[in-house]
Write a protein that binds this ligand. Sequence first.
Ligand SMILES: Cc1cc2nc3c(=O)[nH]c(=O)nc-3n(C[C@H](O)[C@H](O)[C@H](O)COP(=O)(O)O)c2cc1C
Length: 324
Amino acid sequence: MKTRITELFGIERPIIQGGMHYVGFAELAAAVSNAGGLGLITGLTQKTPALLAQEIARCRELTDKPFGVNLTFLPAVNPPDYPGYVQAIIDGGVKIVETAGNNPQKWLPALKDAGIKVIHKCTSVRHALKAQSIGCDAISVDGFECAGHPGEDDVPNFILLPRAAKELSIPFVASGGMADGRSLVAALALGADGINMGTRFIATKEAPVHQNVKDAIVAASELDTRLIMRPLRNTERVLLNDATQRVIEKERQLGNSLTFADIVPEVAGVYPRVMQQGDMEAGVWSCGMVAGLIDDVPSVQQLLDRIMAEAEALIRQRLTGLLN
Ligand SMILES: Cc1cc2nc3c(=O)[nH]c(=O)nc-3n(C[C@H](O)[C@H](O)[C@H](O)COP(=O)(O)O)c2cc1C
């Protein structure tokens, strides 16, 4: 399948694996790229720029296909060493960066000078237009369904994607709620040039996370996620567990006087315990409504082969068949 996204990134299939904290290591990124998609290493999961440089080198040993790095800009008391991470990406010869969380303008000149293509992930048409105007090459349009940070506008992809298609001239992929061939064909119909998936890629053989995490996604239905941190205007979609319930209870009690300090035990530094030790009650962790569409743990190659075969059958048989 050839779209503006496969052309832009030099990949065979219009499927991207979004950056995921403590999931997006070299093993998963390389598996996605080897299967013809675009894998992304999650920059900030590497504690220092030197460690990111090592992870990039490790990924290069695992694949000779294009892969990228996600750089997430989130509110932080002590911001990470972003100049150092950008330099590690440039020095590592990476040619694709996914930015997310905030306007990437400050970092664009350095990235573009190094010949790096930038896909910015955002949750509204106005942010997508801003990213286009400052020179981003593509957008990952992240609908309300998505795992992680859906923003504060709550516009689902059935509205957001056609709105983006109307306004944007650069290519974009549909992110949030994507799982299978149906997702891909629907995204293309709504004007996107491919899909970005998070949650679906965690439930794969190669995802370097504890089996408990994969099992939890397979067991979850589309009713099992919750939005937290709305009073902080830092809304996050997470899987419902005891920690999520405690956060919701604190939000109910404290209302708009809630501060980050109130929920530190549930949200701060919990990812290694969840993802690596499989302690599913250690804290809150991002998960999409798409969990309701996930009921197996295939290899990444099997997953991408299946998505493309389903998409082809849908287009050739169901869709063209409807015209006869
Ligand atoms: C466990 C987990 C961690 C994530 N961490 C990040 C992150 O660090 N940076 C980022 O830009 N997006 C992050 N995301 C969001 C994904 O890249 C992607 O945009 C999202 O999962 C898409 O929605 P979906 O899960 O419905 O496919 C994370 C998602 C999950 C499930």
